[in-house]
Ligand binder design. Structure first.
Ligand SMILES: Nc1ncnc2c1ncn2[C@@H]1O[C@H](COP(=O)(O)OP(=O)(O)OP(=O)(O)O)[C@@H](O)[C@H]1O
Ligand SMILES: O=C(O)[C@H](O)COP(=O)(O)O
Length: 396
């Protein structure tokens, strides 16, 4: 971490400090269902506020196309306030008059959250005009969002180029922990990749298979691979236009001596709903009118066998729709197995991702993993050995 300026070098007293955090937290019916990402950024917020800085939080939520009230950060401001045990003001926009007034009203030690940065197209384009509009609001910039550092966006990268920039405490801690735990991992290394962000993560599997000894694919990601191998996935979440990419990854894995472990059975239902009537089918017999919502018990056996073979496990993405029981069972069983192996001293287990952390908390085993990162996509890209734009921009 010596290569980065940190809060140790920042004089925040009386300054307006733009702090990029990752508040892309799991939510259900307007309520935060897992507060891990909030908890992790509290030390940075508290430190700046305690030193008399004016804390201006910048964050994205979801992947809105323009301004969508369903993806407002307002309910998240309330959750941050609850965890911080301190008032957190909220402004309905992250630039312009609304934001400027809210910032002007701050006193040293106050905390303000600005509305979803992705409500402006300039955020993801890293548009210089949008960067300037954000930069106008602050004297210093602190990036504490390691989990969004793989995005070269205005609030994750652009701002570090125009304001004095520092790594926050969580950013520091994530980089330290991942470097210690995974820079020279004990082999065999097994990766589990699941979840729903297929199009944004599938490409990085092509590199990952050259770094690990086995890759377990579950969740929505697996459906895309199963479809690519010529099998029917019914109404399952799958990105069928990525079949060629999936086949290329399978071939790359073969030439790299990386075993690919795909589900052999799936728990299926007619609808995406908690408690939905469900049946388990062999992966070659998925009904046309149903969707795979979890890996079946035979798949879990194979996944646990792969975990038994591993000295190091890296995991991003739940194996099924764990938020809606009983489709949490595959993820819970594999998570508990990995936790047990870790407790026995047989496995170094590192997991990351917004929903992955929520799934481990749901399984009651997050504390038993060697390290739990808040990052999903960023963690996988870091594993691949890629430079993360948000981290690179902080180099001293
Ligand atoms: N078979 C499936 N069908 C539909 N959704 C699924 C399936 N398996 C997993 N999911 C969904 O995947 C989502 C999590 O995926 P995601 O890729 O966002 O993981 P993550 O841990 O949050 O990583 P990141 O931090 O990169 O977002 C969960 O909401 C879960 O319901
Ligand atoms: O949840 C995440 O992994 C981060 O918040 C990044 O979100 P994104 O994949 O929508 O950029």
């Amino acid at each position: 971490m010596t290569a980065f300026r940190t809060l140790d070098q920042a004089d925040v007293q009386g300054k307006r400090v733009l702090v990029r955090v990752d508040l892309n937290v799991p939510m259900e019916n307007g309520k935060v269902t897992d507060a891990t990402r909030i908890e992790r950024v509290l030390p940075t917020i508290r430190e700046i506020a305690d030193k008399g800085g004016k804390v201006i939080l910048l964050a994205h939520f979801g992947r809105p196309k323009g301004r969508d009230p369903k993806e407002s950060l307002k309910p998240v401001a309330e959750a941050v306030s609850l965890h911080l045990k301190k008032n957190v003001a909220f402004a309905d926009d992250c630039i312009g008059e609304v934001a400027e007034k809210a910032v002007a009203a701050l006193k040293g030690g106050d905390v303000l959250l600005l509305e979803n940065t992705r409500f402006h197209a300039g955020e993801e384009k890293n548009d210089p005009a949008f960067v300037s509009a954000l930069a106008k609001l602050g004297d210093l910039y602190v990036n504490d969002a390691f989990s969004a550092a793989h995005r070269a966006h205005a609030s994750t990268e652009g701002l570090a180029r125009v304001l004095p920039a520092y790594a926050g405490r969580t950013m520091q801690q994530e980089l330290d922990a991942l470097t210690k735990g995974l820079e020279a991992p004990k082999r065999p290394v097994v990766a589990i990749v699941g979840g729903a962000k297929v199009s944004t993560k599938i490409d990085l599997l092509e590199n990952l298979v050259t770094k690990v000894d086995a890759l377990v694919i579950g969740g929505g990601m697996a459906n895309t691979f199963v479809h690519a191998t010529g099998l029917n996935v019914g109404k399952s979440l799958a990105e069928k236009d990525l079949a060629a990419t999936a086949l290329r990854i399978i071939e790359k894995a073969r030439t790299s001596n990386c075993a690919i472990i795909l589900p052999v059975d799936g728990v299926c239902a007619y609808e995406f709903k908690a408690g939905a009537v469900n049946h388990t089918y062999g992966i070659d017999a998925i009904p046309e009118d149903q969707m795979i919502l979890d890996v079946g018990s035979q798949s879990v056996e194979r996944i646990n066998a792969a975990i038994n073979d591993a000295a190091t496990l890296v995991w991003n993405g739940p194996l099924g729709a764990f938020e809606i029981p009983p489709f949490d069972q595959g993820t819970v069983a594999a998570a508990r197995h990995a936790a047990q192996r870790t407790k026995e001293g047989k496995l170094v287990s590192v997991a990351g991702g917004g929903d992955t952390v929520a799934a481990l908390n749901h399984a009651g085993v997050a504390e038993n993993f060697t390290y739990v990162s808040t990052a999903g996509g960023a963690f996988l890209e870091w594993m691949e050995g890629k430079a993360l734009p948000g981290v690179e921009a902080l180099r001293a």
